[in-house]
Design a protein around this ligand. Structure first.
Ligand SMILES: Nc1nc2c(c(=O)[nH]1)N[C@H]1C(S)=C(S)[C@@H](COP(=O)(O)O)O[C@H]1N2
Ligand SMILES: [Mo]
Length: 159
């Protein structure tokens, strides 16, 4: 293989690694994990969510987090009782940033904070290191939980 072809192949491989990092992994308490691409997420129902980041109001659009957690059968609604109230959701970001939530606060039938996994800001997709997916908690006062570049949402039981 000529050297230019090797360089091209390496660039394509690096590019596809980048693409793989632009997926969202959902892990439930049981059952297989679910991996969604940006296109998968774009095809799901969207809501608008506003958040002030350092005093600047930002308009995001994305998928309600409860809808994503339902894809891995996270307890919600009537099932949000007993041990489920001690379950947590860990959001993981591409830079190692992590944010923990209680599962019940993300359940629209209980906490209803309006948590959204945004895939657009001001009508445009977000590029890394902010995107492609950013958590938006519209009721938060400080944007510390608004994890940029979210790679996974994991439901975990506290031991
Ligand atoms: N992945 C990731 N997300 C993050 C952070 C981070 O360090 N890594 N910092 C948080 C904090 S503390 C703040 S104040 C906001 C800042 O958002 P901005 O970068 O859009 O200004 O991002 C939040 N999301
Ligand atoms: Mo912050």
């Amino acid at each position: 293989m000529p050297i230019w072809a090797m360089v091209l192949a390496a660039a394509v491989a690096a590019g596809s690694t980048g693409a793989a990092a632009q997926t969202l992994v959902l892990r439930g308490l049981t059952g297989p994990s679910v991996t969604l691409t940006a296109a998968d997420i774009r095809s799901l129902p969207h809501v608008d969510a506003r958040l002030a980041v350092h005093g600047r109001a930002q308009a995001f659009s994305g998928v309600p987090v409860g809808l994503l957690l339902a894809k891995v059968n996270a307890p919600a609604g009537e099932a949000m009782r007993g041990p489920a109230l001690a379950d947590i959701v860990l959001a993981r970001a591409c830079d190692g940033y992590r944010v923990a939530f209680s599962l019940s606060e993300l359940d629209p039938a209980v906490g209803d904070e309006g948590a959204v996994l945004a895939d657009a800001r001001d009508g445009r997709p977000m590029a890394p290191p902010e995107g492609p997916f950013r958590l938006v908690l519209p009721a938060d006062k400080r944007p510390a939980r608004s994890a940029r570049c979210v790679t996974a949402l994991e439901v975990l039981a506290i031991p």
